[in-house]
Design a binder for this molecule. Structure first.
Ligand SMILES: *[C@@H]1O[C@H](CO)[C@@H](O)[C@H](O)[C@H]1NC(C)=O
Ligand SMILES: *[C@@H]1O[C@H](CO)[C@@H](O)[C@H](O)[C@H]1NC(C)=O
Ligand SMILES: *[C@@H]1O[C@H](CO)[C@@H](O)[C@H](O)[C@H]1NC(C)=O
Ligand SMILES: *[C@@H]1O[C@H](CO)[C@@H](O)[C@H](O)[C@H]1NC(C)=O
Ligand SMILES: *[C@@H]1O[C@H](CO)[C@@H](O)[C@H](O)[C@H]1NC(C)=O
Ligand SMILES: *[C@@H]1O[C@H](CO)[C@@H](O)[C@H](O)[C@H]1NC(C)=O
Ligand SMILES: *[C@@H]1O[C@H](CO)[C@@H](O)[C@H](O)[C@H]1NC(C)=O
Ligand SMILES: *[C@@H]1O[C@H](CO)[C@@H](O)[C@H](O)[C@H]1NC(C)=O
Ligand SMILES: *[C@@H]1O[C@H](CO)[C@@H](O)[C@H](O)[C@H]1NC(C)=O
Ligand SMILES: *[C@@H]1O[C@H](CO)[C@@H](O)[C@H](O)[C@H]1NC(C)=O
Length: 692
């Protein structure tokens, strides 16, 4: 007995040693829940109440995000004198001991976002001042006011990037960023800044990137930060943006003024290096008509600049200022969601490098395409959601659209485009003319006579790949509307009756088409059978919202991956379609919202196994007058269906048989009842000799 217990003890001991050894090998990769890799310790979200003291002393990176440290003591970081990067995001820090970083002379990056440093910011400031090499400091989300920020940043002259995002700063003056002469990037997003005093950024000679998005700035006049490369003032209340005329040219490359209240195009003299100008969602327009002046030169704005008790009135000649500035490097101009009714002549000529112009969601009614306007470099032009009823093309070879690749004219009031417009755009790959009441030009106009103005001809556009004609009110396609145009994407949705009984008008594009949308196109059961066998490269086909009663044919197509048959009139999935090799390539099929007959859904088992039916849970079928989800079809249904399927002739027979039998029996009884007298009668009449 004692021997046994000794054995047991030994066994346990051995097990324990074994277990401990395992633990020992594991610490090489993690210690106290911290992941260790090559000089970095990652202790994110470990519920630590203090900085662990047993991490490798030569660690260069320490990540302690999301631990409830609350206080960083004077001694907390003493074991780690080699730290270069320390991250303390979301540690509920209220207190940074003034000696907390005394040993961290090498620290270059310090993340203190989402803490409570406002509580004891003076001690925190003293702690920060002991970091002579600090380059990056993140103080976002600490409820800091401008005064606290000024104290925290005071004399941190080594800083190159500071984030003060998500604090409660309201105004900026010279004192806040004093002495940060190496600062290159400053993030002030999501504060409540409504005022920036003249010299607030004057000391920041190295500043390159300034984020001021989501503040309350009402205007920026006399902007003079020539050293900036990037300025983001989106989501403010700006009504004006005026750059001042300075001796030095601006270095600005990206300017984001989107989502403001700008009334006029910003005045940007000497911003020759600007590449990206984002002005989306403002109230801008050109106001010649409003002021009723013969030339826009007379448009003048006066500014009252109030500085203490001094009021200074500045007069700006808007158009002259604009006309005198040019933007030779501008590549991207986003003017979407504004109030532009027209673009003045010469406006786009100032931007010879422009490659993308967004003018969607404005009030444009006509657009003149002239020489150099839009500039020849343009590759993307978006004019969707305007009120364009006319495009004017200057006569003669303009070639200004020669580099255009994408042209979006969706949702306008165009009836057609000027003949020759697309012919000059020899690089055009994508055209969106959806939601315009256009018609397609009839078969080639007799030579010498141009096609009528109010139609569009898409023939022989060798570069065009993608064409959307959704909701264009197109009549039934005639002849070969896409001859010589190797489209890969075609959208004809929402044109009721566009294919009048056959897909032959699409025969020219059938070999190249990859994506075809015929949603709500009035395809109906009068079609003998939709045959897509010739569409050998078709990958994606949308036939939803039609009135198809039979499954389309695909021949031996192996390319088809996505098929949408929702909202049709299919009553069954033919076994043939289900067994076709089509289903081997199909990845996604939509079949719901069809009035399937529950008794004709034998293909379902196969389909479910194929897992291609994306909306299987929504597929329903009709059983008598009930609608049942196919997935929830009870087993007894096949029984019910058998009854429903029984030959009606047989059914009648079964119903009639009992009556017939009754009748027969009745007849026999009657017959037998009267049989004897009759027999007797005959017998007596004939006087046969009887044996009985
Ligand atoms: C750090 O040390 C200083 C004295 O050097 C002391 O005044 C302060 O309270 C200490 N703070 C913390 C958080 O340890
Ligand atoms: C800031 O630096 C200047 C000169 O380098 C020095 O005179 C001043 O005392 C410092 N201020 C603080 C609060 O450390
Ligand atoms: C400007 O800031 C907003 C808000 O943070 C952001 O959505 C936008 O992308 C920024 N603009 C640029 C050009 O980075
Ligand atoms: C514009 O000015 C012309 C004369 O210069 C005048 O006839 C016309 O009525 C004015 N229109 C408006 C809207 O003020
Ligand atoms: C403006 O105020 C300053 C004092 O704040 C005063 O010295 C000066 O005279 C005032 N100027 C005018 C024009 O009132
Ligand atoms: C008004 O401002 C302009 C430019 O900022 C300056 O040149 C001019 O001296 C100022 N006038 C007064 C009266 O302050
Ligand atoms: C199409 O664009 C390329 C550059 O994007 C240009 O080199 C070429 O000349 C253009 N094609 C035509 C026919 O203009
Ligand atoms: C054209 O613009 C509309 C609306 O702005 C957009 O929905 C559509 O995707 C754009 N078309 C293309 C081809 O980019
Ligand atoms: C549609 O097709 C039918 C017969 O195929 C033809 O009679 C009719 O004219 C066609 N309709 C149109 C608008 O082309
Ligand atoms: C299926 O049921 C729906 C809803 O009750 C009904 O509208 C539809 O006509 C039925 N279809 C058939 C083929 O019975």
């Amino acid at each position: 007995m004692e021997l046994l217990s000794l054995w047991l003890c030994l066994g346990f001991h051995l097990l324990a040693v074994e277990w401990r050894n395992n633990g020992g090998t594991a610490t090489a990769a993690s210690q106290g829940g911290c992941k260790l890799t090559d000089g970095a310790a990652d202790c994110r979200g470990q519920g630590l109440a203090s900085v662990p003291s047993s991490l490798p002393p030569h660690s260069r990176t320490l990540i302690l995000d999301a631990n409830p440290l609350q206080t960083l003591w004077n001694h907390s970081l003493q074991p780690y004198p080699q730290l270069e990067r320390l991250s303390l995001h979301g540690c509920r820090l209220q207190r940074l001991g003034r000696g907390a970083f005394r040993q961290q002379g090498r620290l270059r990056s310090l993340g203190l976002a989402d803490n409570r440093l406002a509580q004891d910011y003076r001690e925190a400031a003293a702690a920060l001042r002991t970091l002579p090499r600090l380059q990056t400091l993140d103080l976002a989300g600490n409820s800091l006011t401008e005064d606290m920020a000024a104290v925290l940043l005071h004399n941190l002259s080594s800083l190159e990037a500071v984030s003060l995002a998500r604090n409660t700063i309201m105004r900026l003056d010279e004192s806040v960023f004093e002495g940060l002469e190496h600062l290159r990037e400053l993030d002030l997003q999501r504060n409540y800044i409504f005022e920036i005093e003249g010299g607030a950024f004057d000391g920041l000679t190295e500043l390159r990137r300034l984020h001021l998005a989501y503040n309350n700035l009402p205007c920026i006049v006399d902007f003079r930060l020539t050293q900036l490369h990037f300025l983001n003032v989106s989501y403010n209340g700006l009504e004006w943006f005026l750059a001042s005329r300075t001796e030095a040219a601006f270095e600005l490359e990206t300017l984001d003024l989107s989502h403001n209240q700008l009334l006029f195009f910003p005045l940007l003299p000497q911003c020759g290096k600007l590449r990206t100008l984002l002005l989306q969602d403002n109230n801008m327009g050109f106001y010649r008509d409003l002021y009723n002046t013969s030339s826009p030169q007379e448009m003048v704005a006066q500014f009252l600049l109030v500085d203490g008790n001094v009021t200074n009135i500045t007069t700006v000649h808007l158009w002259e200022e604009f006309a005198s500035s040019s933007l030779p490097d501008l590549h991207l101009l986003d003017l979407s969601q504004n109030q532009f009714q027209y673009l003045p002549e010469g406006f786009l000529r100032k931007m010879p490098s422009l490659s993308r112009l967004d003018l969607n969601r404005n009030c444009l009614m006509t657009l003149h395409i002239r020489e150099q306007e839009p500039p020849g470099a343009l590759t993307e032009l978006d004019l969707s959601h305007n009120q364009l009823s006319e495009l004017h093309l200057a006569p003669g070879p303009s070639g200004c659209l020669r580099n255009l690749r994408s042209f979006n004219l969706s949702s306008n009031q165009l009836l057609g485009v000027p003949p020759g417009l697309f012919a000059s755009a020899s690089n055009l790959t994508t055209v969106d003319m959806s939601h315009n009441q256009i018609s397609l030009c009839p078969s080639p106009a007799p030579s010498g006579r141009a096609a009528p103005h109010s139609c569009v001809d898409f023939r022989h556009m060798a570069s065009l790949r993608s064409l959307s004609l959704e909701g264009c009110g197109l009549e039934a396609l005639q002849d070969s509307p896409f001859q010589g145009t190797p489209l890969t994407h075609l959208d004809l949705s929402g044109n009721w009756g566009v294919l009048n009984g056959s897909v032959t008008p699409l025969r020219d594009v059938a070999p190249t088409l990859q994506v075809l949308s015929l949603r709500n196109a009035g395809l109906s059961s009068s079609f003998p059978e939709l045959d897509f066998s010739a569409f050998g490269n078709l990958r994606d086909l949308d036939l939803s919202g039609n009135a198809l009663t039979s499954f389309p044919r695909f021949g031996g197509s192996r390319a088809l991956q996505t098929l949408d048959l929702r909202r049709n009139s299919l009553t069954a999935l033919p076994q043939r379609a289900v067994s076709e090799q089509l289903w081997r390539s199909l990845r996604t099929v939509y079949l719901s919202q069809n009035p399937y007959d529950c008794c004709a859904v034998e293909g379902w088992g196969t389909l479910q196994r194929l897992q291609a039916v994306a909306d299987l849970a929504l597929v329903t079928c009709n059983l008598s007058s009930k609608v049942i989800r196919v997935l929830e079809l009870p087993g007894s249904v096949s029984q019910d269906c058998k009854w429903e399927r029984v030959d009606t002739g047989l059914l009648y027979l079964v119903l009639i048989l009992p009556s017939c039998l009754t009748l027969l029996v009745a007849c026999t009884v009657i017959f037998l009842t009267f049989k004897k007298p009759l027999f007797l009668l005959i017998k007596t009449r004939c006087r046969w000799s009887s044996v009985y």
